[in-house]
Design a protein around this ligand. Structure first.
Ligand SMILES: NC(=O)c1ccc[n+]([C@@H]2O[C@H](COP(=O)([O-])OP(=O)(O)OC[C@H]3O[C@@H](n4cnc5c(N)ncnc54)[C@H](O)[C@@H]3O)[C@@H](O)[C@H]2O)c1
Length: 271
């Protein structure tokens, strides 16, 4: 049942591919908290079919949208407005790197792939915000979240061009947060999440090793997808009305830890 802190709120949730996806968990938690929403993903992801199960469970409609196509974004936002009037919250949980997928090293990137990566993973956040802004699709005090990773600030060699995608995503969140705040008191934030075992996450080489490294470095351990969903709900709620233009670390303390006892112990064992 949850606490119904999103009762009456309407939204759009991008990026639920399967039950490991962070967006999937956000959708389940938003539903428990009383929200209604549209689920969206790229047409190609729809063909995998799992999203239908989530739609049934959360009593949601599914609308296809490839985030790189303006006509798809227009149709999605128009559809949301005809169903709900204006919306109160949006989750952008979208990311994909063609260079990572094709196993290209950071020192040997294909630039056409790189443009596509930026288009899908970062420019789409601007496209979404600009489309909503121009159509005036979000209610006052609405809340928009994009999902980021600490590779925007620090080097994680295998994260590849996704590091630049996340830096761009966070910057768009700040800049658009200013304009949307002034225009309609809409909040825009990014959440910098711990490594999480999902389809996108596991695509990064050495993912298991850096997931356990992050877990050992973080005083609270890694934040799970379910924890992330709860945090998103708090940011969609009216309890965080004055939080905007922030990149919010949701990582069990990883971002501010220099070295942990657990990691030191591992080095001692091996020396
Ligand atoms: N998993 C992690 O370790 C981790 C950590 C921090 C941040 N994130 C971010 O969280 C977000 C969600 O990723 P996830 O880990 O849940 O993985 P995921 O693979 O479940 O989700 C990524 C989603 O992006 C969608 N997508 C890809 N191209 C698209 C397009 N052209 N149009 C529309 N949708 C498209 C995919 O279909 C998929 O649903 C991403 O931005 C990711 O970078 C993930």
């Amino acid at each position: 049942m949850g606490n119904q802190i999103l009762k009456g709120k309407k939204g759009i949730i991008f990026g639920a591919l399967n039950d490991q996806s962070i967006a999937w968990k956000v959708a389940e938690t938003c539903h428990e908290e009383g929200a209604e929403f549209i689920l969206t993903n790229a047409p190609i992801a729809m063909r995998m079919g799992a999203i239908n199960e989530l739609a049934e469970k959360t009593k949601s409609e599914i609308v296809a949208c490839d985030v790189t196509l303006q006509e798809d974004m227009d149709k999605l936002v128009d559809k949301a407005m005809s169903k709900f009037g204006k919306v109160d919250f949006i989750l952008h949980s979208v990311g994909m790197s063609l260079n990572v997928r094709k196993g290209k090293a950071y020192t040997d990137l294909n630039y056409e792939f790189m443009k596509k990566t930026f288009d899908i993973s970062a420019m789409s956040f601007h496209r979404l915000l600009q489309t909503c802004y121009q159509k005036d699709a979000i209610n006052e005090w609405g809340s928009v979240i994009g999902l980021s990773y600490i590779a925007a600030q620090r080097v994680f060699p295998d994260y590849n061009e996704m590091a630049e995608s996340k830096a761009l995503l966070e910057s768009i969140g700040r800049s658009f947060g200013y304009h949307y705040g002034k225009f309609r008191k809409v909040r825009v934030n990014t959440i910098s999440q711990s490594p999480t075992a999902t389809t996108a996450g596991s695509g990064v080489s050495g993912f298991d090793a850096f997931m356990s490294y992050a877990d050992k470095m973080s005083p609270l351990g890694n934040a799970s997808g379910d924890d992330c969903a709860n945090y998103c709900v708090s940011l969609f709620s009216d309890y965080t009305k004055m939080v905007t233009m922030q990149n919010l670390f949701h990582d069990g303390g990883f971002s501010y830890t220099g070295i942990s006892q657990d990691v030191m112990d591992l080095f001692r064992e091996n020396s």
